[in-house]
Design a protein around this ligand. Structure first.
Ligand SMILES: [Zn+2]
Length: 246
């Protein structure tokens, strides 16, 4: 975390939020998430990073937590114990199926199974919005990471999810880890435009897993937001959203 703080100060950023993964999977530990009992240690790390940032950088306490219907209640109890500035809600799993771990998982599916997985993914996004546990929708169309798309019309499922997001007051991130894989951010410009039609707040995020990537491809994310008609993006402090001009 402190390497990221140093990198952010060197880049001249005004603010930095860190949001590591927290996944309460029903029956096992996900290897790339902090331990299910790890939030206290994680929070200690966040506090040390804020001290390292001092007055050079506004440092925000974030977390990226998975929406999993079976554990949503437990997640809410856990999150309530810590003064986060923002909570990103993500869907990395449809049931047991890992959306973004490897191309092989998708390659092994028949196209009708892929279609069904993507459709269920959007239903989970809608349920996540209804849960009220999160502030930001993480990488909204993550399933395209390895080049797989639905070949059936899911526009009604996507619309229902976006309606739920609009109703929840959540923001949608424009995640610039997408261009590494797909040439565009998560979500795609068409979905960003649909967010704008619903007045859903948005913000550009890098999904950096490394200090060198803190603002990677931000120009792509910002251009996508401006092209959709956005003039502001969302910032978070103690789980309150504020809109600031680009
Ligand atoms: Zn994620």
């Amino acid at each position: 975390m402190e390497d990221n703080v140093r990198a952010a100060i060197e880049l001249g950023l005004d603010a930095l939020g860190i949001s590591d993964h927290y996944i309460l999977f029903p029956d096992r530990q996900i290897h790339w998430s902090m331990p299910t009992t790890g939030l206290p240690d994680y929070f200690t790390g966040l506090q040390a990073a804020r001290e390292a940032a001092g007055d050079k950088l506004a440092f925000r306490f974030g977390v990226e937590a998975d929406y999993i219907p079976e554990t949503a209640g437990r997640l809410g109890d856990q999150l309530a114990q810590f003064p986060f500035d923002y909570v990103i809600g993500s869907v990395h799993f449809v049931g047991d199926f890992p959306i973004d771990e490897s191309a092989g998982h998708w390659d092994a599916l028949a196209q009708d199974q892929r279609n069904l997985t993507i459709q269920k993914y959007w239903h989970l996004i809608a349920d996540m919005a209804h849960s009220g546990l999160f502030d930001i929708v993480g990488h909204a169309d993550l399933y395209k990471k390895f080049g797989h798309y639905a070949t059936i019309d899911l526009s009604e499922d996507i619309s229902a999810a976006l309606d739920a997001i609009a109703e929840s007051g959540m923001a949608v991130e424009v995640n610039t880890s997408g261009p590494r894989y797909t040439g565009e951010a998560y979500p795609c410009t068409n979905i960003i435009r649909q967010c704008h039609e619903r007045n859903i707040p948005t913000l550009v995020t890098a999904d950096a897993h490394n200090p060198a990537h803190l603002i990677r491809y931000f120009e792509i994310g910002t251009a996508a937001l401006k092209a959709a008609g956005y003039a502001h993006q969302a910032t978070f402090d103690k789980r309150r959203m504020e809109l600031v001009r680009f």
